[in-house]
Ligand binder design. Structure first.
Ligand code: HEM
Length: 757
């Protein structure tokens, strides 16, 4: 905040003073509204040092000179050339010219929020990390979600992995869990990461396609990389098109280590479990959202936090004793494998809450720099060869993205733990280091800053025993490329399997080179024959017999290809329900909190029905929004007025979770006359969403759904005979609203899906 004093005699006028006061109050109110009073304020207070909101202040140059005319440049005469002398113009334009920095080489598109993490009980038995000892401690966090392939301005709903990067500003330094919403990765060794990314990014000759893997170079690479098949199953599943960033899991992916006070190490995998459940959209919907609202996920996160619906995840850990390292069907160091939850349960140890939107997208979301290598005492790495490469990559890329070695001083990156060392200078150095010495050991400064003993929080690396030859090689224990891909596919419900098949038909259907499609079919046949045949059918192909041995191009020039063939290891489980989104026992569909429900109406709507429904939806935590033929206000049959949130021009069913059509003859007539209203219901039906209609609204949805709509009379009353469609011709009762709420909680009614094919 500026502390500048006003210049005597040149103070602001009284009217301006009042306006400025109001503005300042608004800014303050907004800030207070956005901050959960329970939050640990350490990071927020730290950011305040660099926060500026101009409330009540004069416009100045960067050097603090007040500007009198911000409308006209300095000219030699009214119609003359602009003068080089105009330092105000030069400064303004120069700064503007340099406003952009390179976007991230991957994960360029992202959205972030502040919050805090709190452990449920001390984890001292497993780790000495300070913030995991004390259940009363709230550790500030900054979390950035992202897609991987698209550029900064690309759509949120691309089929893609979502980044889930968490920076915990602990008292012992920053710990970053730089994870994804998928627990495995495409490749096993960092050496291949640039190739993978070059393959998935837009093709270099024509920069097509944007934010999409459905093109030749990606599938060319994948078709030669059997180790990617497990990840491919996940990316082709509904996990890659989440309904909301608030409704997806997060995973640390690699196996890490927990180290306790006695220096005992255990392996650990990290999970984030969303308390709003696990939900996706359907692919047709995703593509439409990309046009209707490319910022769908960003907006959803932002609005939820502004509304006080703070998203929450529980931190889960799977802990494995060191002695059990070799006891699995796979290698713990292999990032293409999960530890099934049925084998090692996930223990939920704490909660992450996001409760404050950033003040400035660039300063915070864009400039935040995560790094897998940012760890604190009590956490350590393993030899996962993908993670080992990442340990190099993040600082390296941030050096260029953020313009030099001092990006750790950028407010969003600086720790709340004190920083003292002898690193000096470099571009944009902010810290003014005092004193004569910048080396250690020294006597001139009494040895300061001095090293910290372990008992004083000094970090020591886990003393893993290593006795090895230097080799460029991969362990044979990494060669089972298909078993967990099969486990994933077998664990899906039938609708989810159908979605994977259709996703592969879509993606490979966009591939133009026939040989790539064929190689992919051969790989899919290794996962599941039925899957390969179904995909082949959609492509008008058959699974090629001559390629029954998939190609593996991960062979060094002098390597013997026979030694690189994938091996199947028999698995101890055949299915893992925790891998399915639909049948996942961790996420019962028991809440509709924060879901958006479209209420379609016009003048003359049934006031009582809408009031009853809105009350029930709001009580259940959902957000009803009115959609009407035009913006403004609609008036019910009994004179009740409602603000219209969207017109049919600005809303679309794909932006909502469910639809309700209340009765009211005039309202229904108005809807019938309005272009897009029938399509709204029809599309919601196609995407298997819950639909409710009451009174004459039933006739409206019957018209929209035509032959798909049927009623049964089993209970003496006519009710819709279709899953997820709730109708009642009489008054809206508590039973009616409860049934609709149950249908929304189901999220999607897949029984309807085949009838829409
Ligand atoms: C060798 C493998 C990998 C390399 C070399 C690599 C490299 C990178 C690079 C260069 C960035 C941009 C960072 C920036 O500009 O600040 C990035 C971002 C990111 N990476 Fe990786 N990555 C690898 C694997 C992974 C894996 C396996 C995961 C998930 C576990 C992952 C998750 C992320 C996330 C979430 C971000 C975005 C961070 C943010 O929101 O700023 N990466 N990665």
């Amino acid at each position: 905040m500026s502390t500048r004093k006003t210049i005597k005699g040149k103070d602001k006028g009284p009217a301006k003073k009042v306006a400025n006061k109001v503005q300042a109050q608004q800014v303050e109110a907004r800030r207070n509204a956005k901050t959960d009073p329970g939050n640990n304020d350490a990071k927020i207070n730290d950011l305040q040092k660099n926060t500026e909101d101009s409330a009540g202040e004069f416009l100045t140059t960067n050097h603090g000179v007040r500007i009198n005319d911000n409308q006209n440049s300095l000219k030699a005469g009214e119609r003359g050339a602009t003068l080089l002398e105009d330092f105000i113009l030069r400064e303004k334009i120069t700064h503007f010219d340099h406003e952009r920095i390179p976007e991230r080489v991957v994960h360029a598109r992202g959205s972030a929020a502040h919050g805090y993490f709190q452990v449920y009980e001390s984890m001292a038995q497993y780790t000495k990390a300070g913030f995991l000892q004390d259940a009363s401690l709230k550790t500030p966090v900054f979390v950035r979600f992202s897609t991987v392939a698209g550029s900064r301005g690309s759509t949120d709903l691309a089929r893609d992995v979502r980044g889930f990067a968490v920076k915990l500003y602990t008292q012992e330094g920053n710990w970053d869990i730089v994870g994804n919403n998928i627990p495995v990765f495409f490749i096993q060794d960092a050496m291949k990461f640039p190739d993978l990314v070059h393959a998935v990014k837009p093709e270099p000759h024509n920069e097509i396609p944007q934010a999409a893997s459905a093109h030749d170079t990606f599938w060319d690479f994948i078709s030669l990389m059997p180790e990617s098949m497990h990840m491919i199953m996940w990316v082709m599943s509904d996990r890659a098109i989440p309904r909301s960033l608030r409704m997806m899991e997060g995973f640390g992916v690699h196996t890490f280590r927990f180290i306790n006070e006695k220096n005992k190490a255990r392996f650990v995998k990290f999970h984030w479990k969303p308390l709003l459940g696990l939900h996706a959209v359907v692919w047709d919907e995703a593509q439409k959202i990309s046009g209707k609202d490319p910022d769908f996920h960003r907006r959803d996160l932002w609005e939820a936090i502004e509304n006080g619906d703070f998203p929450e995840w529980e931190l889960g850990v799977q802990i494995v004793e060191e002695k059990d390292e070799q006891s699995f069907d796979f290698d713990l160091l292999d990032p293409t494998k999960i530890i099934p939850e049925e084998i090692v349960p996930v223990r939920r140890i704490g909660k992450l809450t996001l409760n404050r939107n950033p003040d400035n997208f660039f300063a915070e979301t864009e400039q935040v720099a995560f790094h897998v290598g940012n760890i604190v005492p009590g956490i350590d790495f393993t030899n996962d060869p993908l993670m080992q490469g990442r340990l190099f990559s993040y600082t390296d890329t941030q050096l260029i993205r953020l313009g030099g070695p001092n990006f750790h001083e950028i407010p969003i990156n600086r720790p709340v733990a004190p920083v003292h060392n002898n690193q000096r200078d470099g571009y944009m150095r902010q810290t003014v280091n005092r004193g004569q010495t910048s080396y250690e050991p020294n006597t001139l400064r009494g040895g300061c800053p001095f090293q910290a003993g372990v008992d004083m929080g000094g970090f020591t690396s886990y003393a893993e025993r290593i006795d090895a030859q230097k080799v460029r090689a991969r362990s044979a224990s990494f060669f089972d490329h298909f078993s967990q891909a099969t486990l994933f596919f077998n664990s899906q419900s039938e609708p989810e399997k159908g979605h994977i098949i259709r996703a592969l038909r879509f993606e490979l259907g966009k591939v133009e080179t026939p040989a790539i499609r064929e190689r992919m079919l051969a790989l899919l046949a290794q996962v599941d024959n039925g899957l390969a045949n179904s995909v082949a059918e959609g492509l008008g192909l058959t699974v090629p017999a001559k390629l029954d041995k998939p190609m593996n191009m991960s062979v060094p020039a002098d390597g013997d290809p026979r030694k690189f063939q994938p091996k199947r290891v028999s698995q101890s489980i055949e299915t893992s329900p925790a891998l399915s989104m639909v049948e996942n026992p961790n996420f019962p569909n028991d809440t509709i909190k924060t879901r958006k429900i479209a209420v379609l109406l016009g003048d003359g709507f049934d006031d009582a029905a809408v009031a009853e429904m809105n009350k029930a939806l709001l009580t259940a935590g959902a957000t009803p929004k009115t959609v009407a033929p035009r913006l403004g206000v609609v008036t019910g049959a009994n004179g009740e007025s409602l603000k219209v949130d969207f017109s049919f021009l600005t809303a679309s069913s794909v932006l909502f979770d469910a639809v309700y059509v209340p009765g009211g003859d005039a309202s229904i007539e108005a809807l019938k006359r309005c272009e897009g209203s029938n399509e709204f219901v029809e599309e919601a039906f196609k995407h298997c969403k819950a639909i409710a209609a009451s009174g004459s609204g039933v006739g409206f949805i019957a018209q929209s759904l035509r032959e798909k709509f049927s009623e049964s009379n089993t209970t003496g009353k006519l009710v819709a005979a279709i899953a997820g469609v709730v109708t009642g011709r009489g008054a809206v009762t508590a039973n009616f609203t409860a049934e609709f709420i149950k249908a929304i909680a189901q999220h999607r009614h897949w029984e309807r899906e085949n009838s829409t094919e």
